[in-house]
Design a binder for this molecule. Structure first.
Ligand SMILES: C[S@@+](CC[C@H](N)C(=O)[O-])C[C@H]1O[C@@H](n2cnc3c(N)ncnc32)[C@H](O)[C@@H]1O
Length: 196
């Protein structure tokens, strides 16, 4: 896990103010460390979505030990983010999850993100990228990793009423053209009003 302070440019060195007084939700929150960091940095509520009940139990214990209280965990189901009220989330975070799950599951999160995000909200999401060979095979034990091309991520955003406002890369590559990219997406107001 990367400390939140070391996430790349789109969150940036002044990210601290990004979480103050914000309602935050994290897709695939694992042990809850980003939730804890966002609470420490002033978030008023942190909601973690997790596929594993065991991981949720461990994360609950960890946050209790840290004496944090303004959190809740949701075990994911087919409703994805739709279990949250409309326009209730300021910041939606996803770090090192979309490379493990099927494209359909990632689309499920995108499909439900626009409704729960406030108009001023942000979706910060990380993808494992490979523009030449964006393999999608999460269940293959040898190559069980889901890569995206930049074009695909742009389409995912556009198709779900989001706009990519910034992105930044980690200083890492596997020598085969893969790299990590963090996107900042915002609700696409033009599209929302066109639909209304
Ligand atoms: C590599 S961990 C990342 C945890 C955390 N985001 C971090 O960076 O430390 C991936 C997490 O996603 C969870 N996960 C797997 N499938 C998921 C899904 N469909 N929805 C939400 N979480 C999922 C796993 O149980 C695991 O805890």
């Amino acid at each position: 896990m990367l400390p939140i302070n070391e996430l790349p440019a789109p969150i940036g060195p002044n990210h601290r103010r990004d979480f103050k007084d914000k309602v935050v939700a994290e897709i695939g929150c694992g042990g809850g460390w980003y939730l804890a960091e966002m609470l420490y940095q002033g978030a008023t509520k942190a909601i973690g979505f997790e596929a594993s009940r065991t991981v949720i139990e461990r994360a609950t214990q960890a946050l209790q030990k840290l004496k944090l209280t303004a959190y809740e965990f949701r075990e994911v189901d087919g409703r994805y983010l739709d279990v949250l009220p409309e326009k209730s989330v300021d910041i939606l975070l996803e770090i090192t999850v979309f490379q493990h799950i099927s494209e359909d599951a990632t689309k499920g999160y995108f499909r439900t993100s626009r409704r729960v995000l406030k108009n001023s909200g942000l979706f910060l999401c990380q993808f494992l990228m490979n523009d030449k060979n964006p393999l999608k095979d999460p269940y293959n034990p040898k190559e069980g990793t889901v890569y995206y091309a930049h074009k695909e991520v742009m389409e995912l955003a556009e198709d779900h009423g989001l706009r990519v406002s910034k992105y930044g890369d980690w200083k890492w590559t596997d020598g085969k053209g893969s790299y990590w990219r963090l996107y900042v997406m915002t609700p696409n107001e033009a599209r929302a009003s066109a639909k209304a």
